[in-house]
Design a protein around this ligand. Structure first.
Ligand code: FE2
Length: 301
């Protein structure tokens, strides 16, 4: 790629985002749902009332609850019945998945299906890693883990939308080296997908802790100490996707490989390589059992 190409910065990406509006705004249904679920005594009616505001989310929940995996004696006729059958936790995960998938455009330089398969594996991996950390007394929560796992690589969409030709070249250079993707982006474009993802999340008014976790998920040690745990969880979750053989539509997967940086950062969150491998085995089963791969496969190849 020519050195004469102008380099991107987070500010330029932000301006591009404001001018183009190519990536839609994050649906407020998720923030309102999270606010409602903060109340331990929240009712099914209140959750249903929040969800009803988003047709795409409702459609996804109804489709899932009436799929072979969930349907019991008869199909659920109403959203209220669906929420009751699924439970709040699964309802939230589905709403979040639908919100993200519905809002992102079809990419020009990579496979949407591969990307979303990878994103769902990362979401389940982050959730399961946090569950393990909770057992060791850590205070991170699983619903944030799932959302961040889903969102951590969304910056790839922003880079694809704003400079597809240049990103196509990046993808070629990174094809066989997933751990170098962020460095190659930085070198070729001036900004990497982690920073681009943070720009997106900030434009959606996500909490600053989440923004920084996404910004630092390839280099957690560059963040301040208090911001590192979520970035470490995301680094481990992303490594787990490639370890399990799920590529992100850009780089080839590396089944069975636990990268050196991930091994180092696992120590920082109190986990071992063995914890990683055991969790990976579990995640490999859960992504199929919970229907996430099926959901991603609705996207174009
Ligand atoms: Fe990443």
């Amino acid at each position: 790629m020519s050195d004469s190409q102008p380099k991107l910065t987070a500010q330029l990406l932000n301006r591009w985002l404001e001018e183009h509006k190519a990536l839609p705004m994050f649906p407020s249904v998720i923030s309102r749902l999270d606010a409602a679920l903060q109340d331990p005594s929240v009712s099914v009616d209140s959750v249903t009332a929040v969800l009803e505001a988003d047709v795409g989310v409702v459609a996804r929940i109804m489709k899932t609850v009436n799929s072979a995996k969930y349907v019991m004696h008869a199909p659920a006729q109403t959203l209220e019945e669906a929420v009751r059958r699924l439970g709040f936790s699964t309802t939230r995960m589905l709403a979040c998945a639908a919100a993200f998938m519905n809002m992102m455009t079809i990419p020009q330089t990579f496979s949407a299906r591969q990307f979303w398969r990878n994103a769902f594996v990362a979401a389940v991996a982050a959730r399961e890693l946090v569950l393990l950390m909770q057992k060791q007394g850590r205070q991170l929560d699983t619903s944030t883990a799932f959302t961040l796992g889903l969102a951590h690589d969304l910056g790839i969409f922003l880079l694809d939308s704003c400079c597809a030709d240049r990103y196509r070249e990046v993808a070629l250079l990174a094809r066989d080296n997933p751990t170098a993707l962020a460095q190659i982006e930085q070198q070729e474009l001036g900004v990497n997908h982690a920073i681009a993802g943070a720009v997106l999340l900030r434009s959606w008014h996500f909490p600053e802790e989440w923004v920084m976790a996404v910004a630092g998920h390839h280099f957690p040690a560059r963040l301040s100490k208090d911001m590192q745990p979520w970035a470490d969880v995301l680094l481990a979750a992303e490594s787990m996707t490639f370890y399990l053989g799920f590529n992100n539509g850009i780089c080839a997967s590396t089944p069975g490989v636990l990268p050196e940086l991930t091994q180092l950062r696992l120590v920082a969150i109190g986990l071992t390589a063995d914890d990683f491998k055991q969790t990976a085995k579990r995640v490999g089963l859960l992504v199929s059992q919970e229907g996430w791969l099926e959901l991603a496969d609705e996207m174009p190849a």
